[in-house]
Design a protein around this ligand. Structure first.
Ligand SMILES: Cc1cc2nc3c(=O)[nH]c(=O)nc-3n(C[C@H](O)[C@H](O)[C@H](O)COP(=O)(O)OP(=O)(O)OC[C@H]3O[C@@H](n4cnc5c(N)ncnc54)[C@H](O)[C@@H]3O)c2cc1C
Length: 303
């Protein structure tokens, strides 16, 4: 339980980070909240020779609306707690505050960051699924410039992302949904409070159209712990977009989500069949809650 010895840096600017990453590419790790990296180092599943602590670059912790109001911009050091408690996020993208509030326990939420969680890319992590549902983009930067990577391309495989060794996540951006007619929910099955998901589903829905505004114009559905990485339930989304949202369309979409996921059974959290069944049930609950919120039921709690 003792990590390999390493050299520790605490730079105060991103330029210094870029330089250090370039110099030590392949043998350096960024330290954000340390909630995943430190346990991995103690278990020697990660043994970097150089640890670059970015916590002194305080401006990397922010949550704000873009100037044109079209996007929510999140700094990589925004903690799960920041996102759970932000009035802006709660009002405009409750799916994200709900996701943040479902992570671990208060200690983990106070230290763990969205940048660290996305870079870690744990298929049982919650942020990847939420970002798939809202079609977020991850901005990564380094000495060779900046890239904006749609979340579908950013999440490559289990614990593997499109991030290069010499790059830092510098922003996560999310298209801002319309103030009325949009809703989202994150619904998670846990063995016990504070545990990683057995399964979880993120759903973001927009409704419009005459006469009763119940045609689906946008559907984003992300799945947690149901495959080698966080998955987009694209068949489920197709069953909703352009159609009137009824009990039947929601049932069809939920069944599609259960069909298209690829869970692996494990002795702690259940068989692959159980997880697939739960994927269908939790997809239905997430979509129902998102639709209710899109219809203006702000008191609706996801179950
Ligand atoms: C007890 C416990 C329970 C947990 N429960 C959950 C849960 O229910 N759901 C969930 O999703 N997660 C859970 N987690 C994980 C938690 O969310 C972590 O906070 C998260 O996975 C990593 O964030 P971090 O800021 O701690 O990153 P760190 O541990 O500091 O870093 C993780 C990885 O990301 C890299 N990294 C960090 N920041 C950046 C950046 N800006 N740019 C590039 N690379 C970067 C690091 O080099 C490292 O490889 C739990 C953790 C613990 C310890």
């Amino acid at each position: 339980m003792v990590p390999r010895s390493f050299e520790y840096f605490a730079p105060t600017s991103v330029e210094e980070v870029f330089k250090l990453l370039k110099e030590h590419a392949g043998d350096a790790k960024i330290l954000a909240g340390g909630m995943s990296l430190v346990p991995l180092m103690k278990l020697r599943l990660a043994s970097p020779g150089f640890v670059i602590d970015i916590n002194r670059i305080r401006w990397l912790e922010y949550i704000r609306e873009s100037i044109d109001g079209k996007a929510l911009l999140i700094g990589p050091l925004a903690t799960h707690h920041d996102l759970e408690s932000s009035p802006l996020v709660r009002k405009r993208l409750p799916l994200l505050s709900e996701t943040a509030g479902s992570i671990g326990d208060p200690q983990v939420r106070n230290l763990g960051t969205i940048g660290g969680a996305l870079a870690h890319s744990d298929p049982s992590g919650d942020w990847g699924a939420a970002m798939l549902a809202v079609r977020g983009t991850v901005k990564v930067s380094g000495q060779s410039g900046e890239r904006s990577i749609p979340i579908d391309d950013f999440l490559v495989d289990t614990f593997t992302t499109a991030l290069r060794d010499d790059e830092l996540i510098t922003q996560v951006s999310v298209p801002m949904p319309t103030e009325s007619g949009s809703g989202g929910a994150y619904v998670k099955l846990e063995r016990k409070a504070g545990d990683f998901a057995t399964v979880a589903v993120a759903a973001q829905i927009s409704l419009e159209g005459r006469p009763d505004g119940s045609y689906c114009s946008y559907a984003g559905i992300g799945l947690t712990a149901l495959g080698a990485k966080n998955l987009r339930a694209s068949e489920a989304e197709k069953r909703l977009v352009g159609r009137k949202v009824t009990e039947e369309t929601i049932a069809e979409a939920s069944a599609a989500a259960a069909e298209e996921c690829s869970p692996v059974g494990d002795p702690l959290r259940g068989s692959a069949k159980y997880k697939r069944d739960m994927a269908g049930l939790f997809a239905r609950r997430a979509i129902e809650s998102a639709v209710a919120r899109a219809k203006g039921d702000t008191r609706r709690k996801s179950r």
